[in-house]
Ligand binder design. Structure first.
Ligand code: SB7
Ligand code: NI
Length: 182
């Protein structure tokens, strides 16, 4: 199983690389990697397992964060309507998005960042994502709220972008015009 020892921290150049597309149909090895990423997220949200293995809770994970520069992400979160969003995706791509923006009230964190970076991270409020699932099936997801924010955070990792790159340096708490608070 993956533990915090497997998580690449900021400063490692892999987090600044643009990750490679995964060949579809995905290889067994790529599928295994993605399954392990999902297992990490589930473990990290299980109180007992997380305590035993000192896991920091995460709602998403991108392959570069475990040292694999390929376009794979896992999402595991329950939204404000108690809906479980569990996605294991190859080559996720935002194909359209709202003009309206959103942001997490408490800011964002990252398993690859061992410090607090305060500030508003502007995100698109609604996104439509094209990807391939673990069975190589094409999927289209329409997301809003926390799920949309998490997917954007993970796709940013595939493009070498960290959440704090998006915080306004002059005014970290400036609310984007008309943005929805999440
Ligand atoms: C806050 C946290 C995350 C996404 C969006 C808002 C995920 C944190 C875990 N990760 O570092 C995943 O890349
Ligand atoms: Ni992150």
């Amino acid at each position: 199983m993956l533990t915090m020892d497997d998580i690449v921290r900021e400063g490692d150049p892999i987090l600044r690389q643009v990750a490679e597309d995964v060949q579809i149909p995905a290889s067994d090895s790529d599928k295994e990697t993605l399954k392990k990423m999902m297992e990490f997220l589930i473990n990290s949200q299980d109180e007992e397992i997380a305590e035993k293995y000192h896991l920091r809770a995460g709602i998403g994970l991108a392959a570069p964060q475990i040292g694999v520069s390929k376009r794979m992400i896992a999402i595991y979160l329950t939204d404000d309507k108690d809906k479980l969003h569990q996605y294991a995706l190859f080559n996720p791509k935002i194909i359209s998005h709202s003009v309206e923006q959103t942001y997490l009230e408490g800011g964002e964190g990252c398993l690859s960042v061992d410090r607090d970076v305060p500030g508003i991270v502007p995100r698109q409020a609604r996104i439509k994502v094209h990807a391939y699932d673990i069975n190589n099936k094409e999927v289209i997801l329409r997301l809003k709220g926390l799920a949309a924010i998490a997917v954007q955070h993970e796709i940013d990792h595939l493009d070498g972008i960290m959440f704090y790159d998006r915080i306004d340096k002059e005014n970290p708490f400036k609310v984007p015009e008309g943005a929805l608070k999440e």
